[in-house]
Design a protein around this ligand. Structure first.
Ligand SMILES: C[S@@+](CC[C@H](N)C(=O)[O-])C[C@H]1O[C@@H](n2cnc3c(N)ncnc32)[C@H](O)[C@@H]1O
Length: 249
């Protein structure tokens, strides 16, 4: 998986920006921050290129923003974002995250963009919830999403305008085209990007995601010391599953 992110790293920002991916997350999170005006510390625990927290940091200058991710090539952009403190950006697997950041410190930890579904099993998911719980203050908020791409597309409950078509991105910095395929195999959702670089060389990038229902996610949140679990219905092309939960004391 990390190798796949290394391959996509030079293109990641341009694909995300074209799809409005970063702005959608920023406006969703910014509303939550406005409604939680005592928020002091926020961690994006799959910050990737840092574009989401960088935008939030610009919009909310009095909040301290932290970021972590397992992909060095993506983080290289995060370290150089203008509104982020590079010392607050850490290379970390979710498994070790409570050793990297202070425990009981974060008001909000979020893992968005279908990141958490990269895990291989429900056991691993439980371990992540346990780790996130340690980082949060009591009543701190955990926000994450899971995107059942293939299921949604098959049921046509999600209108994916980019499916199977080459999209061309050309600007002063880069020139490439890419298309995205979705399929379901071995009980996992799969997303494949095919990138054609400016020399028309093909780069194939494969990601796979855990197939997990909202009911199971809510159960394991409750088993791992979270309460007040809420399903968000108006974020980024619902029926993606986006959940908010608070840490119990
Ligand atoms: C789909 S990308 C989303 C990135 C970012 N949140 C966004 O929305 O643009 C998934 C991210 O999860 C990170 N990731 C995957 N497995 C991880 C792990 N075990 N620990 C930490 N980060 C991980 C990847 O490196 C990647 O940056």
């Amino acid at each position: 998986m990390e190798q796949e992110y290394s391959k996509i790293a030079p293109y990641y920002y341009y694909i995300g920006e074209t799809r409005g991916h970063f702005k959608t997350q920023q406006s969703f999170l910014s509303e939550i921050l406005k409604n939680n005006n005592r928020t002091a510390c926020v961690l994006d625990a799959s910050c990737g290129t840092g574009d989401v927290i960088n935008g939030l940091s610009k919009m909310h200058p009095f909040i301290e923003f932290y970021g972590s991710d397992i992909s060095k090539p993506l983080l290289n952009r995060a370290y150089n974002q203008p509104y982020l403190d590079a010392d607050n950006i850490k290379l970390s697997d979710w498994d070790q995250i409570s050793e990297i950041f202070s425990q009981n410190k974060m008001d909000i930890v979020y893992i968005l963009g279908n990141s958490i579904a990269h895990t291989n099993s429900i056991d691993k998911l439980e371990k992540i919830f346990f780790e996130v719980n340690k980082l949060l203050k009591t009543d701190g908020l955990f926000i994450f999403d899971v995107r059942p791409w293939y299921k949604n597309i098959k049921e046509e409950s999600f209108n994916e305008p980019y499916k199977g078509k080459y999209i061309r991105i050309v600007n002063d910095e880069i020139s490439f085209s890419y298309k995205t395929n979705y399929f379901y195999k071995n009980k996992r959702h799969h997303l494949q990007h095919i990138i054609k670089d400016k020399e028309e060389r093909e780069i194939v990038i494969n990601f796979s995601f855990l197939d997990v229902s909202e009911v199971i996610l809510i159960d394991i949140l409750k088993e791992n010391n979270f309460y007040n679990v809420k399903l968000v219905e108006d974020f980024d092309k619902y029926p993606f599953i986006t959940l908010l939960a608070k840490k119990c004391s």
